[in-house]
Design a protein around this ligand. Structure first.
Ligand code: HEC
Ligand code: HEC
Length: 508
């Protein structure tokens, strides 16, 4: 980190002589993140020791940032609107507090929330890049929480609030934000590779459709996942019929923006982990990445510039995508039967057991171009070295997801007032590692796997009904099968993927 304080060292020296406050500043603990000091983006590009880069990224992930690193937003600015966005947010009980908790400014390190590798062991297995419990959840952008479930008609519209919450005394503490449970980061490299290849293929299909004769219907199928179709209206003009991909409003002017596969975040809002991290840094810590606010620009006015450098974001991204993939235990007869049921009642329609990449070399880009994964690539990561198994020229990613958005029905719908992805839609949860990651669903509302399944609705209503119609013994077998899906390094019988759709696993 380069600091305004550091850059202005001479000025501080002068100030020390005249101002006691400046003396306290100069003598304080200093920034917490120093391991990446001096590292430039070019150094990252030229460094071939992946292990070293991953270690640096892990340091970024686990360091508890302080104000000298840039922790905290700048002073609250009443004139800024909307004033709930990162930059000049208010803080709790005093302007010198760095934290808000509801709506971010909620932690000092990434690992505070991504900390549980297995919740199925006793004691829980703690570690780096795991899931979080309910207490680690992010409370995203609420402007109104009716804690007492009141029917208070004084709660009317004021700037930044949304007036149309149904303030009924119905046992629901009305809330217009998002409440999100932290997923783990294991296997993220394989997921990112799948999404990039799918995006590239969809973009190619769009180009075909733009050049096709009017009336042509181009199905948007990639890796066997069906995202709808495009109809060619005239040369260079198309109409989208999208399924599970794209923004709420079709971008007519930039058709390529509608075909970006975004697997990250529970809603599926981010196209890479780095894309997610840019938001996480700002939301949780008030730390502003240079790639967002620009070099030497103190965007939040907290006296620190270059709070997260391009090199720091790059090594953090390398850490993200080199976390090992989850594993699967050898199955006994009951678990094998459960796996067959999972398939026969249609859970695999969305929870696709395995998707394959064409290449095993994940491209890392900076700056990233969402519609073109091949732009600005500075490095490739060999996913085989990360722990994925070869499949042809690529790898197998046994994720149990189709990376599509699905309508999950009214019971799971959120009440967020400004959604990017519809309130009732979520990206299909990846079930790999699920044995170890309670609580379940986007807001951790399901303490058990059975309850997580029972909460399904919307597009999954038929499969839910089929599950509930199974005998108790069959339901137990299906859940026993899900419990063979383990986080890396946990299960004594953990095996490795061989190949093929039937997912054969070796016993160790
Ligand atoms: C306050 C807790 C908290 C902190 C601190 C936190 N996260 Fe998260 N993380 C979450 C939650 C909650 C989600 C799910 C968010 C959503 O659904 O939009 C998440 C999701 C993610 C994802 C997407 C994973 C996926 O597979 O979809 C990544 C990547 C991630 N976090 C990285 C980070 C990094 C890097 C940091 C530090 C810069 C960080 N997180 C700090 C709670 C946290
Ligand atoms: C229409 C697509 C779809 C179908 C069909 C479907 N699911 Fe899901 N599943 C999802 C989505 C989307 C989520 C995430 C919902 C959320 O976070 O609120 C999910 C979440 C889950 C979870 C919790 C995951 C976690 O990490 O919290 C489990 C367990 C699960 N599904 C099992 C099943 C089983 C078993 C079946 C078959 C009976 C099934 N699903 C059928 C889309 C589907």
């Amino acid at each position: 980190m380069r600091h305004l304080f550091g850059i202005l060292a001479a000025a501080v020296l002068v100030a020390v002589l005249v101002a006691p406050a400046a003396l306290a500043q100069a003598a304080d603990d200093g920034p917490a993140l120093t391991a990446v000091d001096g590292l430039t983006f070019n150094d990252v590009v030229n460094e071939n020791n992946l292990h070293k880069l991953r270690e640096l990224g892990q340091t970024v992930f686990t360091t508890p940032f302080n104000t000298r690193d840039g922790l905290g937003d700048g002073p609250y600015d009443a004139g800024e609107f909307p004033n709930f966005l990162p930059g000049n947010r208010p803080t709790l009980q005093g302007p010198e507090n760095q934290f808000l908790r509801v709506n971010g400014l909620d932690a000092q390190s990434c690992n505070e929330c991504h900390v549980i590798v297995s919740h199925a062991t006793s004691p829980p297995t703690l570690g780096i890049a795991g899931v979080g419990g309910v207490v680690n959840q992010a409370i995203i952008l609420p402007t109104l929480i009716d804690v007492a479930d009141s029917q208070d008609d004084r709660v009317t519209y004021v700037a930044g609030h949304v007036p149309d919450l149904p303030l009924n005394p119905d046992g629901v503490a009305d809330f217009n934000g998002r409440f999100a449970n932290p997923p783990f980061l294991f296997g993220g490299g394989g997921v990112e590779m799948l999404a990039k290849e799918m995006t590239a293929e969809l973009q190619g299909l769009l180009q075909d459709a733009l050049a096709a004769t009017p009336g042509t219907v181009t199905p948007l199928v990639t890796k066997g996942v069906d995202f709808g179709y495009i109809t060619t209206i005239a040369l260079g003009e198309v109409e989208f019929s999208l399924e599970g991909v794209g923004p709420i409003e079709i971008d007519e002017d930039n058709p390529e923006n509608n075909l970006i596969v975004t697997p990250f975040g529970r809603k599926g809002e981010n196209f890479t982990m780095r894309d997610f991290d840019r938001g996480a840094m700002q939301f949780h810590f008030g730390m502003q990445p240079v790639e967002v606010v620009g070099f030497n620009n103190d965007g939040d006015g907290d006296g620190v510039v270059n709070e997260v450098t391009e090199a720091e974001m790059s090594v953090l991204h390398i850490f993200d995508v080199t976390n090992p993939p989850p594993v699967q235990a050898h199955r006994d007869a009951a678990e094998e039967h459960g796996s067959m049921l999972f398939n026969s009642i249609g859970c695999t329609d969305c929870h696709r057991p395995v998707l394959y990449t064409e290449s095993r070399f994940l491209p890392l880009a900076h700056p990233e171009v969402p519609t073109d994964p091949s732009a600005n690539v500075y490095k490739h990561i060999d996913l085989k070295k990360v722990g994925f198994k070869n499949h042809g020229s690529g790898v197998a990613v046994p994720l149990f997801s189709d990376l599509k958005h699905h309508d999950m029905g009214p019971r799971l719908a959120e009440t967020f007032h400004n959604p990017v992805v519809r309130n009732e839609e979520f990206v299909t949860a990846r079930l790999w590692g699920i044995a170890d990651t309670a609580p379940y669903l986007h807001d951790g509302r399901a303490p058990t796997l059975w309850k997580a399944i029972e909460f399904h609705g919307g597009e999954a209503a038929t499969q839910r009904a089929s599950f509930l119609a199974l005998s108790v013994a069959d339901q137990k077998d299906l859940i026993a099968f899900l419990k063979t899906l383990r986080t890396p390094g946990i299960h004594p019988k953990a095996g490795v993927i061989e190949s093929g759709d039937e997912i054969a696993w070796e016993q160790q």
